[in-house]
Structure formats: C-alpha cells, structure tokens
Design a protein around this ligand. Structure first.
Ligand code: HEC
Ligand code: HEC
Length: 89
C-alpha cells in the first residue's frame, strides 16, 4: 500500500459517514405508506392472530377482487398477498 495507514483510515471513515448521510436522505425522501392498513374492527380482528397465509385466503369472503383496478388486478385469492400490502399494525 502506498497510502499511509492513517490517511487510509480517514478516507474509509469519511466514505462511511458519507454513505450514512446518503442513506438518511434516501429514507427521508421515501414516500409515506398510504396503503390502508387492516382495520381493527369486528370484521377484521380475527385476522390479527392468524398466519398471514391463512388469513389472506379469507379476505375474499367479503372483498371481491372482480372489479380489478390497477393495484388489485394481480392480487387474486390465490396469491394471498393482501396482507403483504395491507399491513397489520
Ligand atoms: C367479514 C367480512 C370481511 C372480511 C372477511 C374482510 N373484510 Fe376487509 N372490510 C370489510 C368491510 C365491511 C369493510 C368496510 C368497512 C371498514 O372500513 O371497516 C372493510 C374494509 C377493509 C379495508 C379498508 C380499510 C380502510 O381504511 O379503507 C381493508 C384494507 C380491508 N378491509 C382489508 C381486508 C383484508 C386484507 C382482509 C383479509 C385478511 C379482509 N379485509 C377481510 C369486511 C371484511
Ligand atoms: C400490491 C399491493 C396490494 C395488494 C397485494 C392488495 N392491495 Fe388492496 N389496496 C392497495 C392500495 C395501494 C390501496 C389504496 C388504493 C386507493 O386508495 O386508491 C388498496 C385499497 C384496498 C381496499 C380499500 C378500498 C377503498 O375503497 O378504501 C380494500 C378493501 C382492499 N385494498 C382489499 C384488498 C384485498 C382483499 C386484497 C387481497 C385479495 C388486496 N387488497 C391486495 C394495495 C394492495
């Protein structure tokens, strides 16, 4: 290595600090989650304690996915992905 050890460490530290700042800016710029969460009500309470896969199959008891808009056209009962987007918290 031609670079003296001390300088090398300084460079690494600066690069590390720089990447942290970049990451922070990225996170601050990320859009907020706007997808409606699973509601806490009589209809939905039972799903909070279920396994995601089990719960996901039951959504279509009440929610049809026939009116397929842009977002839901890939969200079929078979994919069970409802809770991937509609978070439970
Ligand atoms: C027993 C019937 C029933 C089942 C089963 C059901 N829902 Fe619902 N859901 C409703 C009704 C009725 C509404 C509208 C009233 C409301 O907003 O609470 C609703 C509303 C919603 C909303 C909109 C909430 C909002 O803030 O706009 C989401 C998201 C949702 N359900 C997701 C799910 C998911 C995911 C599942 C499966 C895990 C599921 N539902 C299963 C009856 C049901
Ligand atoms: C790829 C992510 C994604 C998946 C998967 C998904 N949704 Fe959604 N869903 C959304 C988004 C985003 C909205 C908000 C749409 C809007 O406000 O126009 C929404 C809105 C809803 C609403 C509320 C509609 C309203 O008028 O407020 C219901 C109910 C719902 N989804 C049910 C389901 C069910 C049931 C499934 C599984 C079959 C499902 N979603 C799968 C992203 C998803």
């Amino acid at each position: 290595m031609s670079i003296p050890k001390k300088k090398n460490t300084l460079f690494i530290n600066l690069a590390f600090a720089g990447s942290l700042i970049a990451l922070l800016l990225f996170l601050l710029k990320a859009p907020e989650i706007t997808t409606p969460k699973l509601p806490h009500d009589e209809d939905h309470n039972r799903f909070f304690s279920m396994k995601k896969k089990t719960a996901g199959k039951l959504c279509v008891e009440c929610h049809t996915t026939e009116e397929t808009d842009e977002i839901h056209k890939d969200a079929t009962p078979n994919t069970n992905r409802c809770l991937f987007c509609h978070r439970r918290d």
